[in-house]
Design a protein around this ligand. Sequence first.
Ligand SMILES: Cc1cc2nc3c(=O)[nH]c(=O)nc-3n(C[C@H](O)[C@H](O)[C@H](O)COP(=O)(O)O)c2cc1C
Length: 300
Amino acid sequence: MTSNQPFHTSFCASRLLLAVFLGCVFFASAEKKSAAAKSAPAPLRGVDALSLSQRRAFLRGTLADWRLDTDDHRGIAPPPIQKPYAADARRLDLIAPDKFAVGSMSVREAIRERRSRRDYSDALFSLEELSYLLWATQGISKLERDEDGELLAQYRTVPSGGAKHPFESYLLINRVAGVAPGLYRYLPIEHQLLVIREGAELGTQVTAACYGQSFIGEAAVTFIWAAIPYRSEWKYGSIAEKIVALDMGHLCQNLYLAVESIQAGMCAVMGYNQARMDALLGLDGENEFVIYLAASGKIR
Ligand SMILES: Cc1cc2nc3c(=O)[nH]c(=O)nc-3n(C[C@H](O)[C@H](O)[C@H](O)COP(=O)(O)O)c2cc1C
């Protein structure tokens, strides 16, 4: 018994110590969880939830060295360069860039004449004209692959930070020869149109989502560009959102010049309701969302 005494005492003491230790661990982790819950920011739906200084910080970009804090640097595989689609989805062939006869106006003349135009005729775009506008805005001019066929780099007709091209081009089509009115998506890799849904009713909904600007829903073709920010975030981390915004401007300016070069008209559009436009396209509004639109058509 006496020989067991010290053992019993030390056994009790060690159980007590273990209980105290586990208690501390439990409380520490509970506290950490509740602190994390308290500090977890509520999801932001728009920039209106940010202060003026936060909004300006977005434009200025980071002051720290951003290059190491990226998924690219962490060795995570890059996201696809184009949004996937169902294998049985209907696709329409476009006219190949080497067959274009349209768009031979000089760059100088296109720059000089470019204007935002909102008054379109009932005339149709030809399939070649639409193909040209899509190529001019998101067309792939070069794909680099390794010996196993893995994509190394992609180059398009517009510049993009790190050649990440974080956009998908949706099209509201009302008047294109040989193409039924409806909603489509451009597939740059295949240079094809993906049919999302046919029907002329979408134009009215687009106009409503654009606060009644009817030229947008009634245009021959309205480009609705969506951003997939992770394509740029993967490579550029915290500075990516600024890059996405800069990329978008390059893309739209190419459309202005290409439209001018086929003697047609267009108008860039930021006046739309974000939630309604995302819902119209079936986008989640977080990983992919509408960022800009452009109405286009033949002019009177
Ligand atoms: C970011 C941006 C957003 C615009 N949003 C709209 C719009 O919602 N509706 C519209 O009618 N025009 C819109 N415009 C077109 C401008 O009103 C137009 O560029 C401006 O009046 C200058 O005319 P210009 O393009 O002919 O030089 C937008 C232009 C830009 C660059």
